[in-house]
Write a protein that binds this ligand. Structure first.
Ligand code: V4E
Length: 241
């Protein structure tokens, strides 16, 4: 389990040149397809929990703490950054999804109650079994359906050496529905490292000349706004997006 701290930004035409100027090195390009899942009444996403299958591997992103809590003495600008806990082990993902559904759907008999043994499972090593072999019956059991599907072309950059930007990654994403966004991100193993990650991200943003303090839409915001307006409106009302 790790925490991803990230800041999105609008990509200018000369962003690659700017990245190279500040010492970023391109570490490769890739293409991946994401399928996002939720219940028809959006039980997960309305709790800021994002279940996806990326190239056949399951991933769950969920909030860990309130932003004010881990911002500490950092300025308001830290609000431009999101922090999500990432889980990639399928047993842990299923456990978390069941927990969230139970919280959000107390009255209804949950799949948890139907299959209590799931809680007794010992979680396996991180990432060891997140790529399923095609047995996705748990999705049906939990009433999870795919609500968004898109492909991204990603070009990733990192910084060499042990300087301020060590551990910082910059992704330039182009989604197949015609939206481009940049992300400056740091992956930290524990919550205590979030503030240092925020400082690194802020420093990188400054060096790239990113002055705007407006929140930048992610791929999912734009996708839902365009193709799932009802879902999008609910997330806006719940202050998730
Ligand atoms: C929409 C959303 C989540 C799904 C994943 O979003 P994102 O990190 O934008 O996708 P991607 O493809 O860059 O994933 P990566 O490869 O980096 O793992 S997770 C949380 N949200 C909501 C959300 C939000 N409320 N605010 C911001 C700035 N971003 C996302």
């Amino acid at each position: 389990m790790s925490v991803e701290v990230e800041r999105k930004f609008v990509c200018d035409a000369d962003i690659q040149k700017q990245l190279e100027e500040i010492g970023a090195v391109c570490i490769g390009q890739k293409q991946f397809q994401d399928q996002y899942y939720d219940t028809p009444d959006f039980l997960l996403t309305l709790r800021d929990v994002w279940l996806r299958c990326r190239q056949g591997c399951w991933e769950l992103k969920c909030t860990t703490v309130t932003k004010a809590e881990d911002r500490g003495g950092e300025p308001q600008k830290a609000e431009l950054c999101s922090r999500y806990q990432e889980i990639t082990n399928l047993s842990q993902i299923q456990l978390k999804v069941r927990e969230v559904m139970k919280e959000g759907n107390g009255e209804q008999k949950t799949a948890d109650q139907m299959h209590p043994a799931v809680h007794q499972d010992t979680p396996k090593a991180e990432g060891a079994e997140n790529c399923p072999t095609g047995n996705d019956s748990w999705l049906m059991e939990l009433n999870l359906v795919c609500f968004a599907e898109f492909t991204t072309q990603r070009c990733s950059f990192t910084f060499e050496g042990e300087g301020d930007e060590s551990g910082v990654r910059v992704d330039l994403d182009q989604a197949d529905f015609g939206y481009c966004v940049g992300e400056i991100e740091v992956l930290v193993p524990k919550r205590e490292d979030i503030q240092s990650a925020l400082r690194k991200i802020e420093k990188t943003a400054q060096r790239l000349g990113l002055s705007g303090d407006q929140r930048v839409q992610g791929k999912m915001d734009v996708y839902l706004q365009r193709y799932c307006p009802e879902h999008y409106a609910k997330l806006l009302s719940a202050h998730i997006l």
